[in-house]
Design a protein around this ligand. Sequence first.
Ligand code: PAF
Length: 280
Amino acid sequence: MKIIQTIKELQAELSIQKAAGKKIGLVPTMGALHAGHASLVERSVAENEVTVVSIFVNPTQFNDKNDLAKYPRTLEADCQLLQSVGASIAFAPSVDEVYPEPDTRSFSYAPLDTVMEGAFRPGHFNGVCQIVSKLFDMVQPHRAYFGEKDFQQLAIIREMVRQMDYPLEIVGCPIVREADGLAMSSRNTRLSQEERTTALNISRILFESQEYAKSHTLVETKTFVEEGIAAVDGLRLEYYEVVDDRTLQAVRAWDEAEGVVGCITVFCGEVRLIDNIRYV
Ligand code: PAF
């Protein structure tokens, strides 16, 4: 596996591969890699001859400076994991390499980006679209892989690709969970042992709500989750929305949309965790 830090070197390497007719898969990440990322890379390795994994903690998508400063950075371990799952290139550029000047472009995919994370983290999705579009331009992959844990992000990236006519396929990959159910996240490493135990209640309540939903209305199920989280010491609910999986707008009845997903954001201590669950 090659570790590349500049766009010039990346593009020189990729032009050789593309000239040889090889398909390129891109897995954008912010590092601190775990088994969830590994599953995206494995999927890309299975479907493309060359897999590029970007490792870049993108400053423009952090609306909270503290969160950016505390974001885990583990490049050496990341490269070992990528090597073990067969990635071809780890692309780990500096902030100056990616943003030699401020990116003033704005992306707006209302109403997809005005709800949930978009409402609680102003500017977040603009930053995500800035970096993802830059990576698409730099790598020009045939396929790009994103996790369904960031359900809203995936929907917005699909919309950006559609509106900007990027000639690539977006592949959404299922959430990977720890053996006990907690959704894998780079942020989990910031949880103390006690918080880790507390955080487990998030996925527990979501799974229980899936059962509950079979014999209750959507509104009752939403309350079930909200009250369940409120009853756990150490968890603070930011939002729980039950949405149409295409428009991301809140629905009030199970038959209001073809697909219905519950999206949750919870603070466990200072750590902000997200998860989601499909009902329909
Ligand atoms: O999901 C993430 O890790 C990031 O938002 C992404 C897509 C790598 C862009 O920085």
